[in-house]
Design a protein around this ligand. Structure first.
Ligand SMILES: Cc1cc2nc3c(=O)[nH]c(=O)nc-3n(C[C@H](O)[C@H](O)[C@H](O)COP(=O)(O)O)c2cc1C
Length: 351
């Protein structure tokens, strides 16, 4: 079983991530992980903090001569922007964990809650996810992500997107959007129909819903399927050798398992609650109306969220591969995956 935990605050000394159950024999160097972090950091829509953060990190264990050892992998990521003292304000920001967290943990300073709730933590999840992207890559599974909608705008033209972002920044508005993650060449049969928590979509959705600001998830044609008639919503088989599908409305998942078609999933990301200007709130100490300080804020999180989501989905897919094929080293896993691919392609060919 693959699992991970993270620790650390947004403006503390560092963020820490530990991943256990990762196989041995996966060649990966620091640059590979650094590229994932740079992608997360340098996408459009981010605040000035991203120009300060260098995401310098240290892989403290689980790696020997740029090859994983099978021991837990630990990553420590330094924060350049650190706060020696936290703002003592007891004014929670609407749209954030502040209010519920302050009440739940009996904490008077909203910054204490904000520090851990911040999406800065997703940097270390991305670093751990890079190991999973690499494992999948070595098994010839390709995972990508993109933004398909920014606010109301559907465009892949960088110029149009940047103009929309500039306008939003000028007017102090934040924007939401929709991200898409795609994984190709997945073995058939990852996940299972046999139990609710073994269904792959439930596990993938949990990863996406665990990402700050994600408010909805769909697989394949998702919500559009709800308006179709039964036959319209089927991915019919196409006679041939090998067996193909005419469509991929299900997004590569049927009955809780991968079906050999590309996995396609999307997530709706809310506009970041932080605005360029102060927001109305209540001071919990006095009970009086107050304003919550705006702080630095991204214009949109959707581009960064797409990169992060790709890495979270890679983690879940790597776990599903390990569950189906077992194996302690890449070599063992690869032999089993290749044998399974040969076997299933024969069956799909009707032999
Ligand atoms: C990569 C990323 C960056 C984010 N940046 C900000 C930000 O700058 N300002 C902000 O108010 N929210 C930001 N968010 C969204 C908040 O973290 C999130 O909406 C908030 O913690 C409340 O959680 P919830 O929306 O999941 O309920 C970001 C989210 C992600 C994934």
């Amino acid at each position: 079983m693959l699992r991970y935990l993270t620790a650390g605050e947004a403006h503390g000394p560092a963020l820490i991530g530990i991943m256990d159950g990762f196989p041995a024999g996966v060649k990966i160097d620091k640059d590979y992980v650094a590229k994932s972090l740079a992608r997360r950091r340098t996408v459009p829509g981010r605040s000035s903090r991203q120009t300060q953060e260098t995401d310098s990190f240290y892989i403290s264990c689980g790696l020997y001569k740029n090859t994983t050892t099978g021991a837990p992998v630990a990553v420590m990521l330094k924060n350049v922007s650190q706060f020696a003292v936290l703002d003592p304000s007891s004014v929670p920001r609407p749209g954030h964990a502040d209010l519920a967290g302050m009440l739940k943990y009996g904490i008077s300073a909203s910054a204490v809650i904000r520090e851990r709730a911040s999406a800065r933590e997703t940097a270390v999840r991305t670093a751990l996810g890079a190991f999973c992207v690499r494992l999948l890559e070595l098994l010839n599974i390709n995972i990508t992500s993109r933004v398909i909608k920014l606010g109301h705008l559907r465009s892949e033209d960088a110029g149009t997107i940047l103009r929309e972002l500039e306008q939003a920044a000028k007017s102090g508005r934040s924007l939401g959007g929709v991200l898409e993650v795609k994984a190709e060449n997945l073995p058939v049969g990852l996940g299972s129909h046999a139990q609710w928590d073994r269904r792959l979509p439930s596990r993938l959705a949990a990863q996406l819903m665990g990402l700050n600001g994600v408010k909805g998830v769909e697989f394949g044609s998702g919500f559009e399927l709800a308006a179709m008639h039964g036959e319209e919503a089927l991915d019919f088989f196409k006679k041939g050798n090998p067996l193909k599908r005419l469509t991929n409305l299900a997004g590569g998942l049927e009955g809780g398992m991968t079906n050999g078609m590309p996995l396609v999933l999307r997530a709706a990301v809310r506009p970041v609650p932080g605005q360029g200007s102060p927001v109305r709130s209540i001071d919990l100490k006095t009970g009086k109306t107050a304003v919550a300080a705006p702080g630095r804020s991204d214009i949109t999180a959707v581009f960064a969220a797409a990169v992060i989501a790709e890495h979270l989905i890679a983690f879940e897919l790597a776990d599903a591969v390990l569950e189906k094929f077992g194996g302690d080293s890449l070599k063992e896993i690869k032999i089993r995956v290749d044998a399974w691919r040969r076997q299933t392609s024969k069956l799909l060919r009707g032999r």
